[in-house]
Design a protein around this ligand. Structure first.
Ligand code: TRP
Ligand code: ZN
Length: 474
């Protein structure tokens, strides 16, 4: 027998689409009656609550999976895209936002039904044909095209889809993901990805995770990449160029894919050769490598000026030196696997990746971490290093500043000094392990350090993370 079409409203998490069609009016009336002020009813927030980037991310839903299908022509710089987001509502949604900047939207459906939308700066405001219920899964399809342009970050650097002479360098930290796909653009929301990119034959499109397919037809090559492990939008890439490709599997079973601009190849070679040993060394310190795939994208992108820890496959604007390789791969544990919930906590990414460089030096015949620390501590109080405390950079303009990287690493060294090597390395590993594939906050890190060391570490963290100016004692 078919269930009654007039069944009562079941708990939202078990509502099915078929049931919704008939129960919407009743359920909506009940929910609206219970809700707060009329203006807020059913609207997902336009931001994820980040103090530095208030419009980044959105409230009211999580994206579980992105399926991006792109076609890029490097000569005309034209991008055609379709994004299919599988998401679930975390509240009643009569309206929700995506972050999407620049490109033209040519069609938008929610659950295969045309939905109303409007653009408001970086917000793509979507009004589905019917409300979405808390816990309900829904699918948003956005068709778009145009010439993607990078955003300029508060610190003046370019971020997003950055054209190069043979393709594009695609890096999204902190804001640029929205320049090439509609996203819930905040690291609070992590998702799996399928990214399929078609480029003219002879170019390579490199993204995250595993290359599940590659095929050439009619003068174009399509690359299909899949990132199964949860990833923040800013760590996605679809970098296009003329690349030499190298693939192998490490003896630990990690599949490596390196793509190198031939103009950078001879400079990159000796450093890239060290990738397996760097990953092995980092795994010994931080615990098992968090992804199935690894590698490098070495581009020539003179306008960029930084590398990015794109998940499972860091992206370099030119041939990296060994410290940079160590740094970006350390981020795979710290930043990529264990992600931020707020950009204010950026030292959890950059301080840790920088400290990994110091440790690598120390354990490979270079300066000890103590020597690196002492040399930095010698800098006068007027130095940039002391401009702001790394635990509270103050604004988005400062998130990649020297204090975040260097004093952030000094904070870890001060912790190491306070608790001793055994406990310190246990803390690092526990941090990576306990938060693997998820998130971590500074507060949680402090708590873990105190728990593992059975010490009150207030003064260490207050001094190194939160006090303005140069600390009085090293
Ligand atoms: N997270 C990168 C690293 O240190 C650096 C980075 C990404 C960056 N985006 C940026 C630096 C924008 C300056 C400006 O590995
Ligand atoms: Zn970094």
């Amino acid at each position: 027998m078919r269930p009654s079409r007039r069944q009562a409203v079941r708990p939202a998490t078990v509502l099915r689409r078929e049931a919704l069609i008939v129960t919407v009016p009743v359920a909506l009336a009940a929910l609206l009656a219970a809700a707060g002020p009329a203006s807020a009813i059913g609207s997902g927030a336009p931001g994820a609550g980040d103090p530095y980037f208030p419009l980044a991310g959105n409230g009211g839903y999580h994206v579980d999976h992105y399926d991006l299908t792109l076609r890029y022509d490097p000569d005309s710089r034209h991008l055609d895209g379709t994004a299919v987001l599988t998401a679930h509502a975390t509240q009643l949604l009569t309206r929700f936002d995506l972050d999407f900047k620049g490109l033209k939207v040519t069609g938008l459906t929610v659950d295969h039904t045309a939905a109303d939308f409007r653009r408001d700066g970086q917000e793509l405001v979507v009004t589905p044909g019917r409300p979405l219920f808390p816990g309900e899964e829904f699918r948003v399809t956005v068709a778009y095209n145009g010439t993607p342009k990078p955003v300029t970050d508060p610190d003046g650097s370019l971020d997003g889809w950055i054209p190069t002479d043979d393709g594009a360098f695609v890096a999204g930290e902190p804001q640029g993901a929205m320049t090439w796909f509609p996203a819930n653009n905040h690291p609070k929301d992590k998702s799996s990805y399928d990214i399929t990119v078609t480029v003219p034959k002879g170019r390579t499109a490199v993204s995250n995770g595993v290359l599940v397919g590659q095929r050439t037809a009619q003068g174009h090559t399509t690359f299909h990449w899949r990132q199964r492990e949860p990833m923040a939008a800013y760590l996605a890439t679809a970098t296009v160029g003329k690349f030499e490709v190298e693939q192998y599997t490490t003896h630990n079973g990690i599949r490596v894919y390196n793509a190198v601009d031939p103009r950078e190849a001879s400079d990159a070679e000796s450093v890239l050769k060290k990738l397996p040993s760097v990953l092995e060394w980092e795994s010994k310190l931080f615990g098992p490598y968090p992804f199935r795939n690894a590698g490098s994208i070495v581009d020539r992108a003179p306008d960029v000026g930084y590398a990015l820890e794109t998940q499972s496959r860091p992206l370099y604007d030119s041939a990296p030196d060994l410290s940079t390789l160590v740094h970006e791969n350390a981020h795979q544990w710290f930043g990529d696997s264990v992600s931020l919930t707020s950009w204010k906590d950026i030292w959890l990414n950059e301080g840790f990746a920088t400290y990994a460089e110091w440790l690598y030096e120390e354990q490979h015949g270079g300066d000890t971490a103590q020597e690196t620390f002492d040399e930095l501590y010698d800098r006068p109080a007027s130095d940039d290093l002391w401009e702001f405390p790394p635990g509270d950079p103050g604004s988005g303009e400062n998130i990649f500043g020297t204090p975040v990287y260097e004093r952030g690493a000094m904070a870890l060294h001060a912790l190491r000094t306070a608790v001793g090597d055994r406990t310190f390395f246990r803390i690092l590993r526990a941090w990576a392990t306990e938060h693997r594939g998820g998130h971590g906050t500074t507060r949680q890190f402090v708590h873990l350090a105190e728990q593992e060391s059975r010490k009150n570490l207030d003064s260490v963290f207050t001094t190194w993370l939160y006090s303005a100016g140069k600390p009085n004692t090293p």
